[in-house]
Design a protein around this ligand. Structure first.
Ligand code: HEC
Ligand code: HEC
Ligand code: HEC
Ligand code: HEC
Length: 492
């Protein structure tokens, strides 16, 4: 039985399994064509789901512009590509996955996050990934190598490549990691060539090594399908030189780049198709997937498109790229939610331990400032900082330790708070005086505690690239109440 036909019918039939005997014969047009060309070749499809630079983001971000992302939504999206009868799905990541690039995080906290992110990535079926320098900063190479990390540039203990076989398709994956600590840059092109010694139906390179290296590899290695890379150049479309395309994916786990592949009998570079019959087939599948298992929305047109596609792709490796946002429509139950809950519990335990650490300083909260600085309290009340907690409440996130740190004062800091029970969190909520000035409880009693010097780093601890993409120190500084008061204080 022609596997392509079986697939075609499985997709266009009524819900439920189709007995093989019931399948009508091959459409004559397709049979003739196949004979004409002298090739008897089924449509060999595969889907690759690809992410990069997740940077420790576990949940949808709270950012104003694109509140996308999170592993639970990722899992729900991938499940749509794993319905019975779907082509095999491969899950890959180009690295810089495990750590937030925030300075000054306690090592224990970073390790806890890295472990959680790894467990979540494995739960979504991660097949292979290329570790990046930040990953290696938080976790030892042996730990990474034991978790499907491949790196042709870093050498042992990392395997250079890995071939993943699923549904009769073998995808060869080569890792290309950026140089760490000025390590001499090896010849990436030959490293990739060496790594491609096994048998595979298509070879991809996962790279966080930067645009110049990506292009050199894409152009310099024969038999390579594509280079899948971190968003170094912020390419909207794949870069196409003389060989394999370079495909970038957006960071922070907010999107998943989905590659629909049709593979020829010999591995070679993918031709990127961005429309026509491919697009109709891919989008019909996406509609069907979104409609849920068993929904019969594909229809005859889909069958015809698929037949056209089968002819069109004979002897070629073809890919269609679609970038899928992890938006709220993907919210819902997944087994991953339990892993996220476990991570929250660990975050709270870490916060509790930090708060309990002996410290000369403690947070007084703004109630302790009002008697003397009532003018500042009054003007602060008009700042967005004063409504930071309300913003969390509007997202039902006021008890989420992943969000609370930047929307409150002294969370998980020595002398601060860690209990998110509403009554106990009450006095620490929103970005108060001491979120910027540092703990000042004894200052009212003139115990000598004064403000911690405020610098750009003070703001960037919260205004990081993920949550405050348009942060500009000078411009933002002018807009906070303390600066406005300083201006008012100036003599005319
Ligand atoms: C690293 C610090 C940080 C974390 C963690 C964080 N936020 Fe924020 N959030 C910010 C900053 C800074 C802003 C203001 C951004 C700006 O306007 O430049 C903000 C803004 C917001 C806003 C206001 C958006 C608007 O419409 O004005 C909401 C809502 C929000 N965050 C929700 C969340 C949620 C939910 C989480 C947890 C998933 C979260 N935040 C985690 C720092 C953070
Ligand atoms: C008993 C009165 C009193 C209370 C309560 C008080 N302060 Fe002050 N604070 C002062 C005085 C007096 C000064 C010195 C004069 C000045 O610079 O305005 C000062 C100065 C400051 C300064 C600037 C000088 C420095 O140390 O950097 C900051 C910032 C400040 N206070 C913050 C706070 C905060 C935050 C709180 C609440 C936790 C608070 N104060 C509570 C009386 C008080
Ligand atoms: C403890 C975390 C934290 C610190 C420290 C912090 N911010 Fe913020 N900032 C926030 C959050 C959260 C918001 C968003 C509040 C909201 O709208 O809910 C915000 C909002 C703002 C806004 C309004 C942005 C907008 O788009 O309307 C400005 C301006 C701002 N911050 C400036 C600063 C400056 C300047 C500093 C350093 C001197 C600073 N912030 C320090 C957390 C912080
Ligand atoms: C978003 C960060 C931020 C918050 C929140 C904040 N401040 Fe400030 N504050 C500053 C900055 C920046 C300055 C400018 C002087 C400096 O660099 O220390 C300043 C200056 C001051 C000064 C004058 C210091 C001097 O030496 O003249 C006082 C007093 C003060 N703040 C008190 C408060 C009080 C009280 C609150 C709470 C109602 C508060 N601040 C909230 C950032 C903040």
């Amino acid at each position: 039985m022609h596997p392509f036909l079986a697939f075609l019918l499985a997709c266009t039939s009524e819900p439920g399994p189709v007995p093989t005997e019931a399948l009508p014969p091959l459409p004559p047009r397709l049979a003739e064509r196949a004979e004409d060309r002298g090739v008897e070749r089924p449509l060999r499809e595969a889907v690759i789901a690809f992410t990069a630079e997740v940077r420790g983001e576990v949940e949808p971000c709270g950012c104003p512009t694109t509140p996308y992302g999170g592993f639970a939504r990722r899992e729900r999206l991938l499940a749509r590509y794993r319905e019975p009868g779907d082509p095999p799905l491969f899950v890959l990541d180009a690295g810089e996955m495990l750590a937030k690039p925030l300075p000054g995080k306690a090592p224990a906290e970073s390790r806890g996050r890295a472990e959680a992110v790894m467990a979540l990535a494995e739960a979504t079926g991660l097949d292979a990934w290329a570790p990046g320098p930040l990953d290696r900063l938080v976790m030892p190479p042996e730990w990474l190598a034991a978790r499907r990390a491949v790196s042709a540039t870093w050498g042992p203990p990392f395997a250079a490549a890995r071939v993943v076989e699923r549904g009769g398709i073998r995808v060869g994956v080569v890792g290309l990691s950026a140089a760490v600590d000025g390590a001499p840059p090896r010849d990436a092109v030959s490293a990739v060539r060496d790594a491609m010694s096994g048998e595979a139906d298509t070879w991809v390179v996962l790279s966080n090594a930067g645009a110049a290296v990506n292009r050199a590899v894409a152009d310099g290695v024969a038999g390579l399908g594509a280079v899948l890379a971190t968003a170094g150049e912020n390419l909207e479309d794949p870069w196409i030189g003389h060989g394999a395309p370079v495909i970038e994916t957006p960071g922070r786990g907010r999107y998943v780049t989905v590659l629909h592949l049709s593979l020829a009998s010999t591995p070679g570079s993918w031709a990127i198709e961005d429309g026509g019959v491919w697009k109709s087939v891919a989008s019909a599948r996406e509609r069907a997937d979104a409609a849920g298992a068993g929904a019969n929305v594909l229809g005859e047109a889909f069958g015809r498109d698929l037949a056209t596609l089968a002819q069109h792709t004979i002897g070629r490796n073809v890919a269609v790229v679609s970038v899928r946002p992890l938006a709220p429509d993907l919210d819902g139950d997944t087994p991953l939610n339990a892993l996220v809950e476990t991570f929250h519990a660990e975050q709270l335990a870490t916060a509790r331990a930090e708060v309990g650490r002996p410290s000369a300083l403690a947070y007084g909260t703004s109630a302790a400032c009002s008697s003397c600085h009532s003018d500042r309290i009054a003007s602060w009340g008009f700042d967005d900082h004063a409504r930071a907690w309300a913003s969390l409440e509007s997202r039902q996130a006021a008890r989420n330790p992943e969000c609370v740190g930047c929307h409150s004062t002294g969370f998980g800091k020595p002398g601060g708070f860690s209990d998110l029970e509403p009554r106990l969190a009450e006095s620490y909520k929103a970005v108060q005086c001491e979120a910027c000035h540092g703990p000042m409880r004894g200052h009212a009693q003139q115990d000598g505690s004064g403000s911690t010097p405020i610098t750009e780093a003070t703001c960037r601890a919260c205004h990081d690239a993920a949550n405050s993409p348009s942060f500009d120190y000078a411009a933002y500084l002018r807009r906070i109440s303390c600066s406005r008061m300083a201006v008012q204080d100036l003599p005319d």
